[in-house]
Design a binder for this molecule. Sequence first.
Ligand SMILES: [Zn+2]
Ligand SMILES: [Zn+2]
Length: 172
Amino acid sequence: MIINLKPLLSGKTSVLDFSYEITDTEDNPVIPPDDVSFTMPIVVNGKITDNAGYMLLTATAEINYTSHCARCLEDLSGKFVLTFNRTVATAGTLQNESNDEFVIVKNGELDIDRALVEDLLLEFPSRLLCKEECAGLCPKCAKNLNFGPCDCPKKKEIDPRLAILQKLLEND
Ligand SMILES: [Zn+2]
Ligand SMILES: [Zn+2]
């Protein structure tokens, strides 16, 4: 969405709130990572604050997702919240306008949607777990160990010095 900064630039107000939704469009595609489904839209809430000409943008972008646990493979769902903070600069005042500490105002307008989506995809966790202490699957019988232990014989603890020796033999 285009955010109109004129009320801020003219000094009418010093805080501009905004909230809107981003959907998956051809211009701004939202392609989830492998094995993740997003439930559109992305919900954006934020504000721009003007401190005597120094403008700061703070926003959050929220997306609901479904996926699978990286350890036990069970279905999971959740909400990811991105925090997005940038300094607002006017076009032509920066040497490097692709600097990602800044968002650029052009003709009194600001469009942060592409930057928001790129950040969201970058920051989205690459490994999702159903819970932090997920016990995962038994590598032998594939039983989900969150529901209790399986009947497979437990491996004996290997002496770490022997483990190194074993590794050397395997690499031979
Ligand atoms: Zn799990
Ligand atoms: Zn087992």
